[in-house]
Design a protein around this ligand. Structure first.
Ligand SMILES: NC(=O)c1ccc[n+]([C@@H]2O[C@H](COP(=O)([O-])OP(=O)(O)OC[C@H]3O[C@@H](n4cnc5c(N)ncnc54)[C@H](OP(=O)(O)O)[C@@H]3O)[C@@H](O)[C@H]2O)c1
Length: 298
């Protein structure tokens, strides 16, 4: 049993992790948030309201905490500063373990909005704390928007966002690189289960790699056709085409989208998992199961 604090645990991937930790009934759980989280408080979670500009206040909120998991939305200077304060506070408060807000794969050097993650990662590595960064590839839930069954579950931590690469509702897809480039995709709910299980591991590797499924986007399109009977019009985009688009002037959201497509095309979302074997009792949902569950009526 450890006392674990999840920063940003009121929403997104943080909430999935909180839910999974609650299911284990093993750990003392604290959520750090900038606002009240009544739905968590009513479940008995100790929600501590924090101001990320105050290391002193964060330190007090982390008193007695063993493991700090950052799930702060890691896009831009504000959140980078918040994570660095959280790390500093974790050190002063005497925490043992720290997890930075990564939840992706090796593409921090490609995606402008992830530049801050690299700064935090370097600070984590020299912090003297035990640490791991979770690498989970693309969230499978990016194929949830507009689904025909259990949309809340299909979206998981990926709420109010557009589909990525393959839009099953519109019946369109942009496939970066060649159709056979494999990527790792993991449902956010499964990420939560793996993270909760990791709390019990006696030692942590620098990277904890999780794979829900590994396949190419071309195979996902084929599964959508075969399992869901959906016609998907695909457009392929080569690395050169993506680079040409990125050389132009783009709005920040578009730039983010094309940089992620480039990361896929360059194979940055393809990796060997490490945690699946260590936590072999967790059977993550496959893409075929996900599509059957959310995009078919039976
Ligand atoms: N692999 C993938 O496909 C994928 C997809 C999406 C996101 N991600 C990653 O997952 C992580 C979480 O991202 P997200 O977009 O899902 O987060 P999010 O749901 O937008 O935000 C999570 C929490 O972060 C806190 N937060 C937001 N801005 C903050 C700030 N400036 N300072 C301090 N706290 C702040 C908020 O908590 P409070 O308001 O309660 O304080 C919020 O509930 C990021 O590292 C992101 O890169 C990965």
């Amino acid at each position: 049993m450890v006392t674990v604090a999840v920063a940003g645990g009121g929403g997104g991937i943080g909430l999935e992790i909180v839910r999974a930790i609650l299911v284990t009934k093993k750990h003392d759980l604290i959520v750090l948030s900038r606002s009240k989280q009544p739905s968590l408080t009513t479940q008995g979670v100790d929600v501590r309201i924090v101001d990320y500009k105050s290391v002193e206040q964060l330190k007090n909120a982390l008193e007695g905490v063993h493991t700090v998991i950052s799930c702060i939305a890691a896009y831009g200077d504000d959140s980078t500063a918040a994570e660095l304060s959280l790390l500093e506070a974790a050190k002063i408060a005497g925490a043992t373990r720290f997890v930075p807000s990564e939840w992706n794969s090796a593409c921090n050097d490609i995606v402008d909005l992830y530049a801050g993650k690299e700064l935090v990662w370097k600070a984590v590595q020299s912090s003297g704390l035990q640490y791991t960064r979770f690498v989970n590839g693309l969230w499978m839930n990016v194929w949830g928007p507009g689904c025909i069954r259990d949309e809340d579950e299909a979206l998981g931590a990926y709420k109010d966002r557009p589909a990525f690469s393959i839009d099953l509702k519109a019946g369109t897809a942009i496939i970066p690189g060649d159709m056979s480039q494999e990527i790792v995709v993991t449902r956010t709910q499964d990420v939560g289960r793996f993270v909760a299980a990791t709390l019990d591991l006696p030692t942590w590797e620098a990277e904890s790699r999780i794979s829900g499924d590994r396949l190419s986007l071309g195979e996902v399109v084929q599964l959508a056709r075969d399992i869901c009977g959906r016609e998907i019009r695909t457009t392929q985009m080569s690395v050169e085409e993506l680079e040409a688009i990125l050389a132009g002037s783009l709005e920040i959201g578009e730039r983010f989208y094309y940089q992620l497509l480039l990361a896929v095309a360059l194979g940055r979302m393809n990796f060997e998992p490490t945690l699946n074997e260590l936590c072999s009792d967790i059977q993550p949902v496959t893409t075929a199961e996900f599509l059957r569950k959310h995009w078919t009526r039976d």
